[in-house]
Design a protein around this ligand. Structure first.
Ligand code: 6PG
Length: 283
């Protein structure tokens, strides 16, 4: 498959290519310098909310397959994506998406067996992946719950390098994320040093507040995605959304505020009306 080259990627003549870690750390510093300024779209009802998300998925799939011959996706967990997955498994999306060219990864995972009720893989498998013609070889689950969580994270980073090369963080085409009522996203939680990770693409660690071990992509990866959709629905998210979108910038407290896409990337908060109900700006 033809890999897409980032424009202007070459090293100027006579200059040494910066060490990967150095350029990645510089990339993270640049991210910190960019404002947290997501697009925000509010869908009038829950049915349209999920259809808007599915339409975005389909349009990104068509663009990516046309440009590169494949569509790379990172899925999230939690309860919000369930209906989004189910919608994609039904017509017209089931026939419209080029599932055979879709590579399915995860933005985060619980370090549990894949058939565990808490598994993000199982969530996607039950509601989407078992119902669409995506080749099983195109699925890249993050964990089977075996061995150490750090080792599982390191293994996933190797998987990413085999799929995207190792010159820099992978550029995902479609990155699905959610928002916890504490401001976490993926498995990057308030006050955790993993929020600040600049070199590694994947981290694995114990999260007491989440009562278990988690594996998560890091912000250097999330911030390179072509399109990140943060899917947030329900009245219970209204408070955190107001703090995150209209309050002061405080990423250690609200990790989702570290989402600052590289130039050319898009960050969209897709909300339903109840979730947006406490925002002063009307969208
Ligand atoms: C996870 C998710 C997590 C989720 C938020 C929101 O593995 O739990 O990736 O980041 O998106 O916790 O979860 P809800 O959709 O259940 O509100």
């Amino acid at each position: 498959m033809k890999k897409r080259k980032r424009p202007g990627k070459g090293t100027p003549r006579g200059k040494r290519a910066p060490r990967r870690g150095a350029s990645q750390a510089a990339g993270s510093r640049r991210a910190a310098a960019r404002p947290f300024a997501p697009e925000v779209r509010v869908s009038p009802d829950l049915n349209l909310f999920y259809h808007d998300a599915a339409d975005l998925f389909l349009s990104e799939a068509r663009k990516s397959v046309y440009a590169t011959g494949r569509f790379t996706v990172a899925l999230s967990g939690g309860s919000t994506p369930r209906e989004f997955f189910a919608l994609l498994s039904r017509e017209p999306f089931r026939s419209e998406v080029s599932w055979e060219k879709t590579l399915v990864l995860w933005g985060d995972e619980r370090h549990v067996p894949r058939d565990h009720p808490d598994s993000n893989f199982r969530l996607a498998w039950d509601h989407l992946l078992s119902r669409v013609p995506v080749p099983r070889d195109n699925l890249y689950p993050m964990s089977d719950g075996k061995g150490s969580v750090a080792r599982a994270a390191a293994a996933y980073e190797k998987t990413l390098k085999s799929l995207f090369g190792s010159s820099g963080p992978p550029r995902l085409d479609f990155n699905l994320m959610g928002l916890g009522t504490d401001g976490h996203t993926a498995s990057l939680f308030p006050g955790k040093r993993q929020i600040l990770e600049r070199r590694r693409w994947v981290v694995g660690y114990r999260v007491d507040s989440a009562r278990g071990e988690r594996i998560s992509l890091t912000f250097p990866v999330f911030n390179r995605a072509e399109l990140t959709v943060v899917l947030v629905e329900g009245e219970k998210k209204a408070d955190i959304l107001r703090r995150v979108l209209e309050g002061p910038s405080d990423p250690p407290r609200y990790p989702v505020q570290r989402l600052r896409p590289e130039p050319g990337g898009r960050l969209l908060f897709l909300l339903d009306s109840p979730a947006a109900s406490k925002l002063s700006r009307k969208f």
